[in-house]
Write a protein that binds this ligand. Sequence first.
Ligand code: NDP
Length: 303
Amino acid sequence: MYDLIIIGSGPAGLGAAVYGMRAGLNLLVLEKNPMSGGQVLNTYEVDNYLGLPGINGFDMGMKFREHAEKVGAEFKEAEVTEIEDKGAVKIVHTTEGSFEAKTLILAMGAQHAHLEVPGEEEFTGMGVSYCATCDGAFFKNKTVAVVGGGDVAVEDAIFLARACKKVYLIHRRDSLRAAKVLQDALMALPNVEVLWNRTVSEIYGGDMVEGLKLSDKESREETSLSVDGVFIAVGINPQTEICRELVTCDEGGYILAGEDTCTSAAGIFAAGDIRKKPMRQIITAVADGANAATAAAALVNGV
Ligand code: NDP
């Protein structure tokens, strides 16, 4: 039996692995994909992680993973299908068998939210994308739209503007939620145009995306916008389907846990984007991992 099982290998899970190993815990990290890093891997440039300004997201994910491996963390590629809480023993059932531990850290992170409009599903991979850094290169010298007003949408628009002829940023309100520094960088780009107070009502095309139907929130006017591709960056959904019966979640599915990462279930901790909290950043995910592993170690060692 392990002292600790960490589910997820994004910044929270890997941060927990480093702190857990250093606390002397016998631990296992379960990861759905062999590529550690979570959402960080899809980030072109991370400019707000202390000490690593301008680092590429993929490189950052690899650095985090190398660090956890260097301190001896054990990894297993497996998808968790069910978790049983038997009090002093937590049983994690996966596609690769079942594992037992005294404590558990839930660090499964979050995944892209969808617009849920006609054409979105049909054209996914045919001009609809959720990852500018993965798919942006296909749209060199083309016209694309980015939907959203948060950090990711603005970062994506800036990234795409480097290679695309024209980038429209479509936002449903008249002000952006993204960090001021990103907004300033965006507004300085000559080939970016922000379409305010607009929502996407349909994505249309033939074999590939050809355009968007937009609805003006104020005038209710419907217009069409010709684009070759659309990047959807309208937030994230917590990956809590497998643990909603196990720990208390809010109405959005985020796990209720404080800074100490303690959930409603003893010995089960929640770290990173999966936890209800005001700042979902890489640096706060890593901090959660450290807190969660320290709390798990205190429980295992009876401190
Ligand atoms: P956010 O939740 O911050 O922003 C989502 C945006 O999408 C908002 O502007 C929202 O509009 C808009 N939106 C939501 N639903 C719809 C819809 N149905 N139709 C149209 N627009 C919609 O998500 P992000 O993905 O940008 O960022 C996720 C988290 O990751 C954030 O906390 C962010 O700060 C963090 N992040 C951290 C980074 C780092 O640490 N370096 C880098 C990138 C992201 P409205 O504003 O009206 O709500």
